[in-house]
Design a protein. Structure first.
Length: 432
């Protein structure tokens, strides 16, 4: 069942549509601006909402749409206030001097309080309201993070981690400049479905974690716990653990795990118990959308409820003191379970150091700045400050102005004086 709303607007009107997950396009649209759409089927699976194709010409929001009429009046909010079982889809379109909004069941409409900036004020009010209802985790200090990803990608080794850890300890970033977390990204394990299998090329994860903890810092690791490759050992041995398709990466078709299956839950408990036992208490959980893809499941759960049950399991195993950062994660269903959330796609992929991939994350991270400290701590992605990244100054301006996690991803020895100054500003100053 749907309900249609007719809103008078001026030619200065704009419409905000919230994307499904971290990598989904999220922005304000003016009249005549075309909606973002996937070009390929895999993009729909991995960047938009699987099973919810957007009708041609309509703006589509997942659980949240805001209409700023543009005449100085209050904005209209259309939103779900509970995302524990499902997230309703909302459509909007211009029709003459009106915006027509069509919303599924579960969407409430209200008029935000008047403000000099009606749209942004409406988003902030929604964030406070939704976050309070969902038990948003916003009390932890904002972490300062060194991450391996944009320097080493999947070729990272334990020796790389130790080298940079020693450089930070030796004061290579400058007096008074430090990090709280050293995060080992993709490359430490054998990959999807193989999280308990060590990667000989990386080296000893336990030794790398111990080296980090010996300096008094938190040890972080990356993993994609809800995705498996179709050719992985886990997928071959346990086809009954799998649900729907989840895209393509690491040279393989990805499939979502059925997070309601007892075998999957035992497996995930084993994986995270091992990490916790090693001393890992900071997790970047990536490709999480895979836990909410459409498909058959062992228990009669909605995809959203199944996803939340898997994320709750991780929280229970890791403990309340662990820091969980979601990435590629459904936005509203994650609130109350993660401490931080990536709010944009990756800055660049391997080979993008020349700047040819542009500033991929800018649009969504700027549009989602209102979510910081209302739904979770936002993560705008890493600063890349070495001279080899052609867009370092343009990207630094974006990251330094963004709220949330303060992270960078460079080999310390490769930073020149300008790069070290950018890192110093990131780690010691708040948003400009």
């Amino acid at each position: 069942m749907t309900e249609t709303h007719d809103i008078p607007v001026t030619d200065r009107a704009r419409v905000y549509t919230e994307g499904w997950q971290s990598w989904s396009p999220t922005t304000w649209y003016r009249r005549g601006e075309p909606p973002h759409r996937p070009d390929e089927g895999w993009q729909h699976l991995m960047r938009f909402r699987p099973g919810h194709p957007a009708p041609e010409g309509l703006l589509q929001g997942e659980g949240l749409v805001v209409v700023d009429p543009g005449g100085g009046g209050a904005a209209e909010v259309f939103a779900a206030l509970d995302a524990s079982e499902r997230v309703p889809t909302i459509h909007a379109s211009w029709r003459g001097d009106r915006v027509i909004v069509t919303a599924e069941d579960g969407v409430e409409r209200w008029t935000a309080a008047p403000s000099d900036d009606p749209g942004d004020a409406a988003l902030a009010a929604f964030g406070s309201r939704f976050g309070a209802a969902a038990g948003a985790r916003t009390g932890s200090p904002t972490p300062r993070v060194w991450c391996t990803w944009y320097q080493y990608f999947e070729d990272v080794t334990a020796a790389h981690v130790v080298e940079n850890l020693r450089a930070i300890d030796a004061g290579a970033l400058g007096e008074g400049v430090d990090v709280d977390v050293v995060q080992i990204d993709d490359g430490w394990s054998l990959g999807t479905g193989e999280w308990t299998a060590p990667n000989p090329r990386f080296g000893d994860l336990s030794e790398a974690v111990a080296a980090i903890r010996d300096t008094g810092r938190r040890a972080g690791v990356w993993l994609a716990p809800f995705s498996v490759g179709s050719r992985s050992d886990l997928a071959v041995r346990h086809p009954d653990w799998l649900t729907g398709p989840a895209g393509y990466n690491w040279g393989d078709e990805l499939i979502g795990l059925d997070l309601t299956h007892p075998g999957v839950r035992d497996y995930l408990s084993e994986v995270f118990t091992r990490l916790r036992t090693l001393g890992v208490d900071y997790l970047k959980l990536d490709f999480l959308y895979s836990g909410a893809v459409p498909g058959a499941r062992h228990e009669d759960f909605t995809p959203v409820a199944a996803y939340r049950s898997g994320l709750q399991l991780i929280r229970d195993v890791m403990g309340e003191d662990a820091y969980l950062l979601g990435c590629g994660a459904p936005i509203l269903p994650s609130v109350g379970l993660v401490d931080a959330m990536r709010v944009s796609p990756d800055t660049f992929h391997e080979g993008g150091e020349d700047g040819s991939q542009g500033m991929r994350g800018r649009m969504s991270l700027e549009a989602r700045s209102w979510q910081d400290r209302r739904l979770y701590t936002t993560d705008p992605d890493c600063l890349v400050a070495r001279p080899g990244f052609a867009l370092r100054d343009e990207w630094a301006e974006v990251v330094l102005n963004a709220p949330g996690v303060r992270g960078f991803s460079d080999r310390i020895a490769d930073l020149d004086a300008h790069g070290r100054e950018l890192v110093r500003r990131l780690l010691t100053e708040g948003p400009v």
